[in-house]
Design a binder for this molecule. Structure first.
Ligand code: HEM
Length: 739
């Protein structure tokens, strides 16, 4: 699979991502961390001239033979006493590269060069540590804070000063007719490439290239040699066999040379096995997909094409198993529903829910079962199926249409209105009232709600989940998750207080009343199942968190896809005209008579893909999935993107095609692979309400308006991805359709 990525898909995985800490030093120039045209030019130049100055040439072999002698002499000086060969080997190896780059070697007693090697070694070790990774997350902040990242930066600065001196010396002595080494030919190339600044031939790039060559060549080769010694110590019988082969083929009277290699098969095999076991660049250097594969470390569809249907990735401190494709996701969340029904521990959830298992979204086990059952039965008794909820939606539709009419066909962004309209339905359900679109306090609450969702799905949220103890004390946007959450809980808490004052236990008006009644009625022994006032506010907030942005983003996607496909918008208008006309409001009873519109809404949900990653699950016991062993406690992400765009399930997965949900006669067909609301034990409890809102809002909007964008504007279907996948800010013309 790695070969598939690195060799067969060479063009797709050639670029390096920007790593902020390294970027300070390497600046995206040089050979190792550059991209595009500059990288191609620098890499080609290095390839050609490294070959010229030695690689593949007898002169380099001689140079290595000489250096081997120095190493052996230095070992001899230890007179058989135990010693650490680290710096002798490192110095020896880097001398080979120094000969090519600087045209000379450094004595092992040269303290200034030894210092450079020590600084480099320390920088490499520290750069791989978890603490320095914080720098990559918060470069703006960490720049001013103490920590190992400062040592990494200081070490590289000092190494750069050393390299600068070498380059300056070369500039002083430079004779273009007699290039001695890589620096000399580079100086000549700088003259030649003056007209091509994009290729990056300048002193700054030369310094970075020099550092790249010394660093990449020294640490790797020297570490492999040290592994070789370790294996020889561990396997004395193998060491003896290598020595026997050397005695037989070379003897003691001359130095080894490369011509001996074909006659030393055992030794050659040992060196290869050392490289395999030594595994000195265990992860490879990060590569960035130049085509769609990953985003900010998160899975996007093409990743599964590369790694298979079940693969694991380290996210922060956890190993997360990504499950992809309809069949495998179904196997995980439906067939093995019992095993993958719980949520993993979440540091954010723990803090916002006043304990590890509160609310509806983050709870697990018995609490989740009881709270989900309670929420679903309340949703049912407040109208799903009885028409009360439908009435609420129809009333909200009238307010929404009125607001849009006020725009008088001017360009406008409906996002805020959709958010308010959808959350009003949840307000009706939870607290029995709606808020006017001009209510500033409620608008502010919605802003807090969305910012909280967006921050949880951002790198800041991920960092908090990974390093809660550190992040708790650091400034940064993640703190807003908690402050906003508190404001929202207080807002709901106020409602709970008011409800408590005038609740009629025999006649509950909404979710809050029903919950208060439940707290009164259930035995105190089941309060630990979440029937407490605190959990009532958390569960209410969860209904807003889970229900508002998902539904309103789907409505926005609807307009994006219908504007981009005017023929489809036209057909929906035609079906509305034919089935409903202009004299009455749409109702849910119209849906069975509108197969085309129904198919369009389902296709919007598929392509809109508003919960791209689904919710995390955790394995309740050891199990297997797709042939892989999944130990108890493993985090699982049953990836919905991979299901909604599964090539084996959808005829045209990447294009907007309502035909996915229609048969040859134009009848609506349900498709099992449309898991937009997920499935199994944690399937969205708001699915029916969500579907009702989508149908009534959308059909009512299209009954009254047709939507378009200014000429020449193409709406992006790329979207922004965090926990949810929403269209980028969109501006539309609502054109009033007169009766
Ligand atoms: C188009 C609209 C919606 C979509 C696409 C959607 C999708 C989802 C998805 C994918 C999940 C994750 C399930 C899992 O982890 O397997 C979820 C969970 C949830 N949704 Fe929805 N949802 C929508 C509307 C709503 C509405 C309107 C409500 C509230 C009335 C709601 C309430 C919830 C709750 C409470 C959960 C958490 C359930 C749990 O963890 O057990 N959703 N939703």
């Amino acid at each position: 699979m790695v070969k598939e990525a690195l060799v067969n898909q060479l063009d797709c995985f050639i670029d390096r991502p920007i790593v902020p800490l390294f970027h300070v030093i390497f600046k995206g120039i040089g050979i190792a961390l550059s991209n595009g045209y500059l990288w191609r030019k620098q890499r080609k130049f290095a390839n050609t001239h490294l070959r010229y100055f030695g690689e593949g040439q007898k002169s380099l072999e001689t140079c290595i033979e000489v250096e081997s002698n120095f190493i052996c002499e230095a070992f001899k000086e230890e007179q058989g006493r135990p010693f650490n060969p680290h710096y002798i080997i490192t110095n020896g190896v880097s001398n080979i590269i120094s000969s090519v780059v600087f045209g000379h070697r450094f004595e092992y007693s040269d303290q200034s060069f030894r210092k450079v090697l020590e600084l480099d070694n320390e920088a490499i070790v520290l750069a791989g540590s978890a603490q320095t990774q914080l720098y990559d997350a918060f470069p703006g902040l960490m720049r001013y804070l103490p920590g190992p990242h400062q040592t990494v930066l200081a070490n590289y600065q000092e190494i750069m000063t050393f390299l600068k001196k070498e380059v300056e010396k070369h500039q002083e002595e430079w004779n273009p007719d007699d290039p001695r080494d890589y620096i000399d030919v580079y100086l000549a190339e700088m003259e030649k490439k003056k007209e091509d600044p994009q290729a990056g031939f300048n002193i700054e790039t030369l310094l970075v290239c020099t550092l790249d060559l010394i660093e990449a060549g020294t640490e790797t080769t020297a570490t492999t040699l040290r592994w070789a010694l370790v294996y020889m110590l561990h396997y004395p019988e193998i060491q003896e066999k290598v020595q026997a082969e050397i005695d037989r083929v070379i003897g003691q009277s001359r130095q080894p040379n490369l011509a001996d290699r074909p006659n030393l098969p055992y030794t050659d095999a040992v060196i290869h096995e050392t490289q395999r076991m030594g595994n000195i660049v265990p992860l490879g250097f990060p590569k960035m997909a130049s085509k769609d594969t990953t985003l900010g470390g998160y899975f996007i569809p093409k990743l599964a094409d590369i790694y298979g249907k079940v693969f694991s990735i380290r996210l922060g401190r956890d190993n997360v198993v990504f499950v992809s494709g309809y069949k495998m996701v179904k196997e995980a969340i439906i067939t093995q529903a019992e095993n993958f029904g719980d949520r993993p521990y979440s540091a954010i959830g723990d803090r916002v829910n006043s304990g590890p298992s509160g609310g509806l979204i983050m709870s697990s086990g018995e609490i989740s079962k009881r709270q989900r059952r309670f929420a679903l039965s309340t949703l049912r008794s407040f109208g799903l199926g009885k028409g009360i909820m439908e009435e609420s939606v129809c009333e909200e539709v009238r307010h929404l249409l009125e607001e849009i009419e006020r725009e008088k066909g001017q360009l406008f962004s409906p996002a805020g209105l959709f958010d308010n309209a959808v959350s009003n339905i949840i307000c009706q359900l939870v607290m029995g009232k709606r808020f006017d679109y001009s209510d500033h306090k409620f608008q502010a609450m919605l802003q807090y709600l969305f910012e909280m969702i967006s921050l949880q799905g951002s790198l800041w949220g991920t960092l908090y989940e990974s390093f809660p103890r550190v992040m708790k004390h650091l400034p940064g946007p993640h703190n807003k998750i908690f402050s906003h959450n508190k404001v929202l809980l207080d807002f709901i808490g106020e409602e709970v207080k008011m409800h408590k004052n005038n609740v009629d236990h025999n006649n509950p008006r909404d979710y809050i009343d029903t919950f208060i009644t439940e707290i009164e009625n259930v035995c105190e022994c089941v309060h630990h199942l979440g029937f407490t006032e605190t959990n009532l506010t958390v569960c209410s907030l969860d209904l807003f968190l889970a229900g508002t942005e998902t539904t309103s983003s789907t409505l926005l996607w609807a307009l994006v896809f219908l504007i981009n496909n005017p023929d489809i918008q036209y057909k929906v208008h035609a079906e509305i005209d034919q089935v409903i006309g202009q004299t009455r409001q749409p109702t849910m009873a119209d849906r069975p008579n509108m197969p085309y519109t129904d198919a369009v809404i389902h296709e919007i949900q598929r392509m809109g893909n508003v919960v791209p990653l689904n919710g995390f699950r955790v394995a309740a016991k050891d199990t297997t999935l797709g042939g892989y062993f999944i130990p108890k406690g493993t985090l699982l992400l049953p990836n919905l993107t991979s299901v909604l765009f599964d090539k084996t399930e959808w005829e045209t997965p990447d294009s907007f095609n309502p035909g996915h949900f229609l048969d040859a006669e134009g009848r609506f067909v349900k498709r099992e692979a449309l898991l937009a609301f997920s499935a199994g034990k944690r399937v969205c409890p708001g699915e029916s309400l969500g579907k009702m809102m989508l149908f009534l809002f959308l059909v009512s909007l299209l009954q009254r308006f047709s939507f378009s964008v200014p000429d020449g504007v193409e709406l992006s279907t790329g979207g922004t991805t965090g926990l949810t996948h929403a269209p980028q800010t969109c501006l539309f013309f609502p054109v009033f359709i007169s009766g």
